[in-house]
Design a binder for this molecule. Structure first.
Ligand SMILES: NC(=O)c1ccc[n+]([C@@H]2O[C@H](COP(=O)([O-])OP(=O)(O)OC[C@H]3O[C@@H](n4cnc5c(N)ncnc54)[C@H](OP(=O)(O)O)[C@@H]3O)[C@@H](O)[C@H]2O)c1
Length: 229
């Protein structure tokens, strides 16, 4: 039974990742900030539900200490947005974004990929896969025209962390990739987004399953196609 760890597992893309991983027979370790309030997640009955705030080093350390089995797949999915951090619409551009909140979002969406992956490294064996749920907005080509510095910078940080982890973990035969999940109908993506959470997650899980050492350090869309950096 392969073991899959998913962060931000209580709603949106993370919750659907849990649902589909359970359906295919994985042993699922679901991380979320408040397990006792995560009713939809608890209803799915994953093997473990553990508290973790991916932006908090002490919380990630406690999460790691609660793990006692080898991990086959780690999906760094937890993420937030400028509006969630209280940055008003129209105030997130590069000429006006508040620096303190920009740094907060970089910590949640970007640095967390390094923090969680290196903390869980003792549990990742050769052949393990790490999927960082990034965004096309973290690419230079799309981010250039997206008027939200905190979000674009945070996902650009996740992207550089992805390629650096891929380089560092190549010798351990651990594959690391970043994914653009699509514009997905979740709380973050909104109701008018392009694709359903089911379509995004089905595609990402299929692509993650097919990853080999040759793909490490790639930036992929949910459907497995390559996204430019
Ligand atoms: N939806 C899209 O169109 C889209 C597009 C590109 C990329 N993405 C990325 O896809 C990922 C999932 O997004 P989503 O659409 O599912 O968003 P969502 O519905 O807003 O869910 C975000 C999840 O991340 C969790 N989270 C936020 N901050 C956290 C922290 N510090 N520690 C642990 N968990 C935290 C949330 O937990 P709480 O319930 O506790 O807040 C929630 O479970 C994110 O990384 C997002 O940036 C989404």
């Amino acid at each position: 039974m392969p073991t899959t760890v998913i962060t931000g597992a209580n709603r949106g893309i993370g919750l659907e990742l849990v649902r589909q991983c359970l359906n295919r027979g994985d042993f699922v370790i679901a991380g979320c900030r408040n397990p006792s309030e995560a009713r939809d997640l608890q209803d799915l009955n994953p093997q473990k539900v553990l508290p973790v705030d991916v932006s908090d080093e002490a919380s990630v350390e406690r999460f790691e200490k609660a793990l006692d089995i080898p991990i086959d797949t780690l999906i760094n999915n937890a993420g937030s947005s400028s509006s969630n951090l209280g940055i008003p619409k129209g105030s997130a551009g590069v000429l006006e974004a508040p620096m303190d909140k920009t740094l907060d979002l970089i910590r949640v969406n970007g640095l967390s990929a390094a923090l969680v992956t290196r903390s869980l490294l003792p549990h990742l064996s050769p052949g393990a896969r790490v999927a960082n749920v990034s965004s096309q907005i973290g690419s230079m080509i799309v981010g250039a025209n997206f008027d939200d510095l905190p979000y674009a910078a945070s996902k650009a940080v996740m992207n550089i962390i992805t390629v650096q982890l891929a380089t560092q973990l190549r010798a351990k035969e651990i594959v690391v990739c970043a994914f653009h999940p699509g514009w997905v109908r979740t709380d973050m993506g909104g109701k008018s987004a392009d694709i359903s959470v089911e379509e995004s997650v089905t595609g990402m899980l299929k692509s993650i399953e097919q990853l080999t050492a040759e793909n490490t350090g790639s930036f992929l869309r949910w459907d497995g196609s390559t996204h430019p950096w």
